[in-house]
Every structure is written in C-alpha cells, then in structure tokens.
Design a binder for this molecule. Structure first.
Ligand code: GTP
Ligand code: MG
Length: 223
C-alpha cells in the first residue's frame, strides 16, 4: 500500500536531483555528497580536508542537520562559504533542500561543492541530490561489520573513509575486514584510513578529490 507513495517520493526527488546536476554541470561545479552515521566524523574530516584543497580550488559547503547551525559555523570558521540546511526532524537531505540552498551559493566562483548529509547511515543513501559522487564515512568506533549491514551506503560510494583510526588500539575494529566487506559489495570503492591526529596522512584522499574535481572540469582550476 505504501510502496507506490514511496516510489513517487523517490521519483520526484530524482527529477529534482537531475535539475541540480544540470545546474552543477552548466556552472562547472563538481559536487560530492558526504554521508555516514551520526558523529562518525564528517565535519571533522571536512575541517581537515578543506584547508588542503582550498589552495587549488574554490569550495563551498552545504551542511545538512536536523537542528542548529553548529556544523556550518565550524566550516565558516575556516573561511569557506558554508550554508546550513535544516531538515527540522527529517532524517536525510533531499534534492529540493539542496536546490533551495543553491540560491545562496556563488555558483560562478565555485569549483567544488561539498554536501555533508544528515548523520544517518540509512535514509540519505536513498536520496540523490544531484551529486557527481559520494564519499561514505565509517568510524572505527562503529564496528567493522557495518558495510554489509548498511550496504546501500557503501555500494553507492566512490570512496569510503574509515575515520577515527587513532582509536584502533582501543576498539574491536579490523580495517582489513571492513575493507574486504566494502569491496565485496563495491569492488571499485577506494578506501582511505584517517584520524584527526596531527600525524594523519590525508595526502592520498586530498589527491583523489583533487583529481576527481579537475577531471570534471577538464582543465586546471586555480593556479
Ligand atoms: N578520536 C577521534 N575522534 C574523532 C575523530 N574524528 C572525529 N572525532 C570526534 O567525533 C565526534 C564527532 O565528530 P564530528 O566531526 O562532529 O562528526 P559528524 O559526523 O560531523 O557528526 P554529525 O554531523 O552530528 O553527524 C567529535 O567529538 C570529534 O572530535 C578522529 O579521527 N579521532
Ligand atoms: Mg557534522
């Protein structure tokens, strides 16, 4: 009984996502949707990555949350334009949320648009936003069994970040098992291990995002 309604909601969202994608493409914007469970380290990852990426490209961030502007404030503190989207209880962003926020994004002077989705490993994966690719975040504290339990999140991600790896000595999390499970459902997914410690090596992930963004532009961006 409910299935036709759900299908209609998804079809409407897909149509809006296609419009967003057209707008991104015509504006020369590469868009990444960052997804993962509540508190898995999405904003922390952005705080670490954005300063590294900002020297070679112009970035804007959309922050999805149920309530508060806390995450957008953290990103704005880096000097990166950040717009907070509030779902007011909704457990995921929709393409329409993104479309409304795009009015506030300087489209002509943005190379990379990062969207941090609502912290939730389930619903956001069902809703395309018009993004060119997804990065899923799985923290070491969530357990290495999660890829097969939440397969859509990991199947649709071009890259998976295993975050909080500084805590590996203290939690039961085998990065090899997590990587194997991710690649069992998504053989092409790139897997990166990160932590918020000063010695964390983010070079590979930074390079991966830079290359993807540059490829989408087909030309160098900031020199
Ligand atoms: N030990 C450790 N803690 C981390 C790491 N990354 C994030 N955290 C902590 O995890 C908590 C949540 O981090 P956030 O970056 O806010 O997580 P989030 O995924 O953006 O959270 P939501 O937006 O609320 O879903 C904070 O207390 C961070 O300091 C890490 O690499 N290692
Ligand atoms: Mg966050």
């Amino acid at each position: 009984m409910n299935i036709p309604i759900i299908r209609k909601v998804l079809e409407r969202n897909d149509a809006a996502a296609r419009e967003n994608r057209e707008l991104f493409d015509s504006s020369g914007i590469f868009c990444i949707d960052l997804l993962g469970g509540a508190g898995c380290g999405k904003t922390t990852l952005l705080e670490m990555l954005l300063p590294r990426l900002a020297s070679s490209m112009r970035i804007a961030v959309l922050e999805g949350d149920l309530e508060t502007t806390r995450d957008a404030e953290r990103i704005a503190a880096l000097g990166v334009p950040a717009i907070q989207l509030l779902t007011e209880g909704g457990c995921h962003l929709t393409a329409t949320h993104v479309r409304r926020a795009l009015d506030q994004v300087p489209l002509e002077s943005t190379d990379l648009l990062m969207i941090e989705n609502v912290g939730n490993p389930i619903c956001p994966a069902n809703f395309e936003l018009g993004e060119h690719c997804r990065i899923a975040v799985l923290s070491a504290t969530e357990g290495d069994d999660k890829p097969l339990k939440y397969p859509l999140l990991f199947r649709t991600a071009a890259a998976v970040v295993i975050s909080k790896c500084d805590l590996l000595p203290h939690v039961r999390f085998d990065p090899g098992r997590a990587r194997a499970e991710i690649n069992r459902i998504n053989p092409d997914a790139r897997v990166f291990l990160t932590s918020n410690t000063p010695n964390s090596d983010l070079d590979e992930l930074t390079h991966w995002i830079s290359v993807k963004t540059r490829q989408a532009h087909g030309a160098p961006m900031l020199t």
